[in-house]
Design a binder for this molecule. Structure first.
Ligand code: NAD
Length: 337
């Protein structure tokens, strides 16, 4: 049993903790938090030992009646691997702590690629992270793009990727984010930073991305055009994608017209927090024109990186190969709509 520590118990950290708990080969040793907020309460309710991420704030937990198991240093020292799910930039500050205790660490997409040995997507480059000490699970958008690009590259070869990312303004709980009544080119410069981030997974890929931000919280939407190295029929691509467990091809008959109905479906299907771990591709949108492939896909920013974190744990601990890990994670979580 791999003993997993989770430092930072917010949007990503709490989901990773639940996912780790569901795996047959790992356990949550504890979670570390800075504040005794509602998430700290639910961590305790779920039986996760709660550690104080910042020593001076430990008494705030006592005042709130929340029992602390110890300082984050104890958690990191005991763990086989730590998942850092703190806000962007804090992971970099925490690196020295993980090094001090010689504990392999996973970071999230908000950290710079040069912080780590390897940027990770399970479907695309699992082997690169085997036995690595510092691994970055790439962002929700980069994860979503990589999952589509990997099979296209393997099957047909990819000449060029062009993607427009229509991004949610903030997560549902982020009342300080926006816009609330605008459509922003964001970043306004072209190409956006997303393309170079995908190149941390596929160093020789030719990719240009454009970003926008809109008043939505539920999901991102990608409009994709990939120029392949051979002529391809749309039906063939649909068949190729049907074999990918983390690509959900939304059938026309379901009458799912956007992120709202997708989330409603996830909730109806009993998904925890209405999470959609898979890329959600509209099957009807999968089109080809000679060597050009097109589609729309919805990306649930809060959850698509969760199974990737679970697989990255197995990679850095050398516990399984890519195929075995992905299959185990998928089965434990119920991935594959
Ligand atoms: P979040 O703000 O929801 O959660 C971060 C948690 O870390 C909070 O509970 C915060 O209190 C805690 N924290 C702050 N400082 C800390 C410290 N020094 N030590 C321990 N904990 C600390 O953030 P999030 O959305 O979960 O993002 C975490 C990382 O995941 C970021 O790198 C982000 O870019 C990345 N990410 C976020 C999303 C998303 O849509 N939310 C998607 C993919 C990747």
């Amino acid at each position: 049993m791999q003993q997993v520590a989770i430092n930072g118990y917010g949007t990503i950290g709490k989901r990773v903790a639940d996912a780790v708990r569901q795996q047959p080969d790992m356990e949550v040793l504890g979670v570390a938090k800075t504040r005794p907020n509602f998430e700290a309460e639910t961590a305790i309710d779920k039986g996760f030992p709660l550690y104080a991420a910042v020593e001076e704030r430990e008494e705030l937990f006592a005042e709130a009646g929340l029992e602390i198991a110890g300082p984050v240093e104890d958690l990191v020292a005991e763990a086989d691997v730590v998942v850092d799910a703190t806000p962007s930039g804090i992971g970099a500050q925490n690196k020295a702590l993980y090094e001090e205790y010689d504990t392999p660490a996973l970071y999230q997409g908000g950290e710079d690629a040069d912080l780590v040995d390897v940027s990770f997507n399970a479907r695309s480059n699992f082997e690169d992270a085997v036995d690595a000490d510092h691994v970055r699970v790439v962002s929700c958008n980069t994860t979503g793009l990589s999952r589509v690009i990997a099979p296209l590259r393997e099957e047909y070869g990819v000449e060029k990727v062009r993607a427009t990312l229509v991004r949610r303004g903030g997560d549902p709980g982020q009342s300080d984010r926006g816009p609330i009544n605008d459509i922003l080119p964001n970043p306004v410069t072209i190409p956006s930073h997303h393309g170079p981030d995908v190149e941390t997974i596929f160093p020789d890929l030719d990719i240009d991305t454009l970003g926008m931000k809109v008043p939505a919280t539920l999901m991102h939407m990608h409009s994709l055009n990939v120029t392949l190295e051979e002529d391809v029929d749309a039906a063939e691509v649909r068949d190729l994608f049907a074999d990918e467990s983390r690509l959900f091809l939304i059938p026309e008959r379901m009458n799912i017209d956007g992120s709202g109905t997708l989330k409603e479906y996830a909730l109806d299907a009993g998904r925890p927090r209405g999470d959609l771990w898979e890329n959600c591709l509209w099957a009807e949108s999968i089109s080809t024109e000679g060597r050009d492939f097109y589609c729309f896909q919805g990306i649930h920013q809060e959850s698509d990186v969760v199974p990737e974190n679970v697989d990255a744990i197995r990679a850095v601990t050398g516990a399984a190969d890519a195929e075995e890990s992905i299959a185990t994670t998928d089965e434990a979580l119920g991935i594959g709509l």
